[in-house]
Ligand binder design. Structure first.
Ligand code: NAD
Ligand code: WQD
Length: 351
């Protein structure tokens, strides 16, 4: 298939582009680079050996999208969104404009150009605080911040479109907690500073860039009192997208949990990371983080049945790949640019 990957210069999008090309698809990346990076695009080209086309553009720009899509595409994979919950509480209008208005413009452009297949990035955050774990797709939806609300609105929009236009098919993938990096260490999550998610923060503590990990809450009703999550390797996520595209060849509208089905506590992640990196990860238990819940993990059996997909990488592998990325790119893609710049400069001219 010829696939437009919106948000393909970001963390999950870049890994998915490589996986799509490895499966024989042609990929065009569309990204406004508000968070993504041209270095990620370079690494996609390097790892895949394909001369991937990159278009810098915003998903809210319907005319620009129509112009790109009019060259003939079979599908769109839509990662382009803002994703930081705390920021969404401060800037709800920005989040609804970027995420929801962007998705409306994309769907309109797809309709205008006859593109009928969509894979959409959703999140386990739509479940909020679940009544039971593991979580099935028909669990109550309890989005509790503007970011998660945008995802619920977009899910509903896509489902309504599938109902109204049977030729339109979609896979809505609810990711649990993405972690890890490409095994080459060339691609990973560029957090652009101090990370808010656990795995990149632990990586920075192990690397000595942060003093210690603040463990948010030690009094949850879990096996060791710390929060439990379903960490899923980004390479497994990428694989789920390629399988979702295959399923869309026969149509339908699918909502699928993409997780491993296993939860790990914060302290278990710390201990796995210490084992893999050979470094200490000092931590201190502090107050709970507002909005956090005790336990979230997936029942991924629907994805197994529908896509023939299941996660293949375990927590140790996620830590190993995250650590390799951290060691090779201590300051994200900027590190690579600095190294490339240094190599391009006459010796002695770089301070
Ligand atoms: P990311 O920020 O690394 O990637 C998102 C990409 O979209 C970036 O390259 C950014 O520049 C681009 N983008 C954002 N708004 C855009 C716009 N208006 N027009 C064009 N490009 C735009 O994030 P990620 O972690 O790769 O997340 C990808 C998707 O997965 C997002 O939709 C996110 O909500 C969802 N998701 C992420 C996680 C996670 O923890 N990383 C978990 C669940 C769901
Ligand atoms: C994991 C656990 C924290 C940082 C969020 C979104 C989810 C998805 C991924 C977008 C929790 C604890 C964390 C730290 C800690 N994003 N923690 N110290 O909150 O489960 O999920 O990001 O869609 O939808 O909800 O992920 O990595 O922030 O936290 O103790 O410095 O680690 O309390 O138990 P979370 P996380």
């Amino acid at each position: 298939m010829k696939v437009l990957v919106c948000g393909g210069a970001g963390y999950i999008g870049s890994h998915t582009c490589v996986a799509l090309i490895e499966q024989g698809h042609e990929v065009v990346i569309y990204d406004n680079l508000c968070h993504g990076s041209l270095s990620a695009v370079d690494h996609i080209r390097q790892l895949s050996g394909a001369d991937v086309r990159f278009v810098q553009g915003d998903v809210r720009d319907k005319a620009a999208l129509e112009s790109v899509l009019s060259s003939g595409f079979d599908a769109v994979v839509h990662f382009a969104a803002l994703k930081i919950m705390s920021e969404s509480c401060r800037l709800p209008l920005l989040y609804f404009d970027n995420n929801v208005a962007g998705t409306i413009a994309l769907l309109q452009a797809m309709q205008a150009t006859g593109v009928h297949r969509l894979v959409f990035s959703s999140t386990a955050a739509v479940y909020g605080d679940p009544d039971v774990v593991p979580i099935k797709e028909d669990a109550p939806l309890r989005a509790c911040n503007p970011y998660s609300h945008t995802k619920l609105v977009m899910e509903r929009l896509i489902q309504e479109l599938c109902e109204a236009r049977p030729s339109f098919s979609a896979a809505i993938l609810r990711y649990f907690n993405p972690a890890g990096a490409h095994p080459s260490g060339l691609m990973g999550e560029d957090t652009g500073g101090v990370p808010s998610n656990l795995m990149p923060y632990v990586s920075q503590v192990a690397a000595g860039m942060q003093d210690r990990l603040h463990v948010f809450g030690g009094d949850y009703p879990t096996r060791d009192g710390t929060g439990v999550r379903d960490y899923i390797h980004v390479m497994d996520l990428a694989d789920a997208h390629t399988k979702a595209l295959d399923v869309l060849r026969v149509g339908g509208c699918h909502v699928l949990n993409i997780g491993t089905g296993r939860g790990y506590s914060v302290l278990e992640v710390v201990s796995a990371f210490e084992r893999i990196s050979g470094r200490r990860v000092p931590y201190e238990i502090v107050d709970r983080r507002p909005g956090d819940v005790a336990e979230v993990w997936a029942d991924p059996s629907h994805a197994q049945e529908t896509l023939g997909w299941h996660a293949q990488h375990d927590l140790l592998r996620m830590c190993a790949d995250a650590w390799r990325w951290q060691s090779m790119h201590p300051h994200g893609y900027q590190s690579a640019q600095v190294i490339e710049l240094r190599q391009a400069m006459p010796s002695g001219s770089c301070r």
